[in-house]
Design a protein around this ligand. Sequence first.
Ligand SMILES: Nc1nc2c(c(=O)[nH]1)N[C@H]1C(S)=C(S)[C@@H](COP(=O)(O)O)O[C@H]1N2
Ligand SMILES: [Mo]
Length: 322
Amino acid sequence: MSIRRPAAIPSREITDEEVYLRRRHFLQAAAGAAVGMALTGCRAEEVSAGPAAPGPAALSGVVKGPAAFQTDEPSTPFEDVSTYNNFYEFGTDKEDPARRAGSLRTRPWSVAIEGEVARPGVVAIEDLLRPHALEERIYRLRCVEAWSMVIPWVGVPLGEVLKRFEPTSKARYVAFETLVDPELMPGQRRRILDWPYREALRIDEATHPLALLAVGMYGKVLPNQNGAPLRLVVPWKYGFKSIKSIVKVRLQEAMPETSWSAENPREYGFYANVNPEVSHPRWSQARERRIGDWKKRPTLYLNGYADQTAHLYKGMDPKKLY
Ligand SMILES: Nc1nc2c(c(=O)[nH]1)N[C@H]1C(S)=C(S)[C@@H](COP(=O)(O)O)O[C@H]1N2
Ligand SMILES: [Mo]
């Protein structure tokens, strides 16, 4: 069932999409996504948008995720979500990814699953996704830079995917890596970070039902600049944990090193749980600017997902989970 029948799309969203379709720079980026986007053989078959409607193709067979994974808050317009990005592989300005990520080729794409699993392997993205229903989840995204968005993602629960590879009893952490290819990712020609971008979760965080492997947003294939073809979404943590364009997943016993905490351990920790009471060394995290809003709003503990995730940190000092 497609939840993106025209009648179900609010008029505000249609207007946003009309605006973005006129944006030349966005079209260039989307053309890159369109080339490799056929999720052939999986439940997310490409629905051809036709030449008159460029931009990311619609995903079919998307089901609405459980109520606990939705929000009544208005979604941030597609135009903003797809043009205001952090993706340092394409440059450090917010507009760089939308302007430059057209160079990324997202098919063929495979993901290596390694380490403490009974069934390791290198899996084509189609095979990785095939057994799973694509779900829509509307999540808040809170960047450590104190801005936020509300994004209707399409994806599959990470825990369900990991289960198929049969984690061993030694699998205490899950580490992720982004593609390294300076030809496709021009920002990697400079050592802005120690590439590849690396992120990780504790196994109980990774298998929490909120943790999502996203392949789309707004009912469509993910634009390259948002982390195509496959990115993590962990909504109770700062946005930098939600690693994009994943090529490797490694389950392991030791706590993995992560890019931002390796770069600057004083400013970025392993947990990076959203917490209004723990300031970044250079700014407060008490408030945030929702993209599109004028006034700042208070930041919520665990980004408003404390009901669902606080139990993961029982007995740990919340102030140390930065
Ligand atoms: N590989 C990679 N993943 C990344 C980043 C990045 O620079 N490279 N930026 C992170 C940061 S800081 C944020 S806030 C989110 C932004 O996701 P969005 O652009 O889809 O909103 O992606 C995260 N994932
Ligand atoms: Mo971020």
